[in-house]
Write a protein that binds this ligand. Sequence first.
Ligand code: URA
Length: 213
Amino acid sequence: MTKLEALKALEGEMEADKSLPLSMTSYLVFGEGSPEADVMFIGEAPGFHEDRLRRPFVGTAGKLLDKLILEVGWKREGVYITNIVKRRPPENRDPLPEEIEAYKPYLTRQIEIINPKAIVPLGRYGMNYFLPEAKISRDQGKVFWVEGRKIIPMFHPAAALRAGAVLETLRQSFRKLPELLKVEEPPKETPTALGDVSKNDSSKETVKAQTLF
Ligand code: URA
């Protein structure tokens, strides 16, 4: 089975799974892009326009995302774009923890099929899905490793549309993306010299993730 076929089959399974929350009130927005993508952008949940067109990031935040992707010399069709919750919450409210949990097995399989070099969660919800301890303003633009996969959280484009400073930071982080993709995973156990105090006081998030930048 090709990656495209595997994704189609997964989408079909999700359509058929009526136990998934929000299935009665909104369409499935599975995700789109290249099944061979090196980078997977993962937002929070579809909004009004995404629900209507059944495509992720097609509203104003999506237009900004497209622009940022183009600015680094990539194409929207060359990356993969999806959300942690794949149906629109009513009135665009934040996704509930049980909604995130319910969609999790499907997102896990979607990531496994695409097997990207890096995941770029957009915004706090996407970020905390992978990095529960992370803080968006502190950790956006940094490289983390979670179970051997590179995670680079970034501000949500919608937040960037509300504040110029956030847009500037998001743009700067985006510009670093091509370089950050080349970063290799550090060795699991970095030998620490006895008495090397610089190594033994790393912050709590290194339990689950290792930051490099
Ligand atoms: N915001 C998101 O988090 N996802 C979308 O698909 C659109 C807006």
